[in-house]
Ligand binder design. Sequence first.
Ligand code: GRF
Length: 201
Amino acid sequence: MKSRKVNLAVLASGSGSNLAALIDGVNDGVITDARVSVVISNKKDAYALQRAEKTGIQGISIKRSDFACDKDFDRYLLKKLREFKIDVVLLAGYMRILTEPVLEAYRERILNIHPSLLPEFGGKGMYGMRVHEEVIKSGAPVSGCTVHLVDENIDRGPILAQASVSVLPGETPQELAAKVLKEEHKLYPATVQKFIAELDI
Ligand code: GRF
């Protein structure tokens, strides 16, 4: 039993279907003892922010062009995370690379979900449909998704959990992406639950 609820921040730049799965996870009791306290986006028109608003969670957008450099942006992001007393940061389609201010402050407290079986098909430039196109091109019979801890090395932090799907002959990247996304929506909440259960809060 936790002494209090664990405060989660979800960082998202896009549609936020993983955000929705995390919110459902909290509401359906898959994630116990935690709540999504804030959703932060670097895109003011991200659908993730609308999803947050609809569910009564505060959404914040932060514009990169308001800051001189990435570190200044992340210093401001850190300030916001502290304002909301965030314990754990969940990246869910967040299209920015985190820098030292946030990485240092939240070491081993930042999780990401990636739509491949890391370490395969990860790293710089490997995001969105590109991942699934490369998987299909490679002829790999299996793909999937990975939840991992975030550190300085893009998509290389310690792996917490994976789920796999088979890649069928003739499958399009879009079809594969949809299949993987379905697994993401189960894997992320379940892994977050395991992760927070082990936190000393
Ligand atoms: C997911 O495929 C996730 O693995 C990747 O970005 C995508 C985000 O999708 N990091 P959504 O915004 O959660 O729908």
